[in-house]
Ligand binder design. Sequence first.
Ligand SMILES: Nc1ncnc2c1ncn2[C@@H]1O[C@H](COP(=O)(O)OP(=O)(O)OP(=O)(O)O)[C@@H](O)[C@H]1O
Ligand SMILES: [Mg+2]
Length: 207
Amino acid sequence: MRGKLISFEGCEGAGKTTKLRMLKEYLEEKGIPYLYTREPGGNPVSENIRAVILSPENAAMTPECEALLYAAARVQLLHDVIEPALAAGKLVVCDRYVDSSLAYQGEARGLGQDFVRKINSYAFENYLPDCTVFLDIPPERAFDRKHGADKNDRMEREGLAFHNKVYAGYLKIAGQEPKRFVRVDASGTKQETFEKVLSLLQSRGIL
Ligand SMILES: Nc1ncnc2c1ncn2[C@@H]1O[C@H](COP(=O)(O)OP(=O)(O)OP(=O)(O)O)[C@@H](O)[C@H]1O
Ligand SMILES: [Mg+2]
């Protein structure tokens, strides 16, 4: 049987990687076959594209160029990593995916969701997640958790106004696609939030 695809979304420092680490431990304990990957990256070609996207040296990059690079890295990841894992029946868990492009490039950069959906049609048409966990915490509080932005990351260097637009973008998607893109209150402790994530995935028949 073909595997399922889930993604985790949220602002910088919302706790995606931490909750995914907890989920990986859970899946290992239960013996559930899974594949963990992250965006942008997850394979040699896409990791190289990631370095170009995130490098502060590329401050002159246009929003369109940025969006196309994310889409390009994603196609390679789908081809090299995600499709084979789904075909092998694994649960694929992705740290960021298409909704990051909708929120960051579509909403915060102002390119519009239509543009982002068009250049990512390969992903949207063939690999829409079975469930997306949106870790809901406003950017200001999330940045506090990670003790401020990473100055070596071109996206994180953007000011709070930009990250507030990203957050508003995520809330908009939650309103547009409430069945797939599910808001989880991420303001509590790691364990509290993880338990919310688990019960969501259990209620969806994913775990
Ligand atoms: N529920 C929580 N309560 C308190 N601190 C948390 C919680 N979840 C995560 N953290 C801490 O917040 C910091 C950021 O978490 P994490 O790296 O998981 O976020 P992220 O969403 O993956 O961020 P990024 O977008 O930068 O990859 C870490 O130091 C982590 O230990
Ligand atoms: Mg992370």
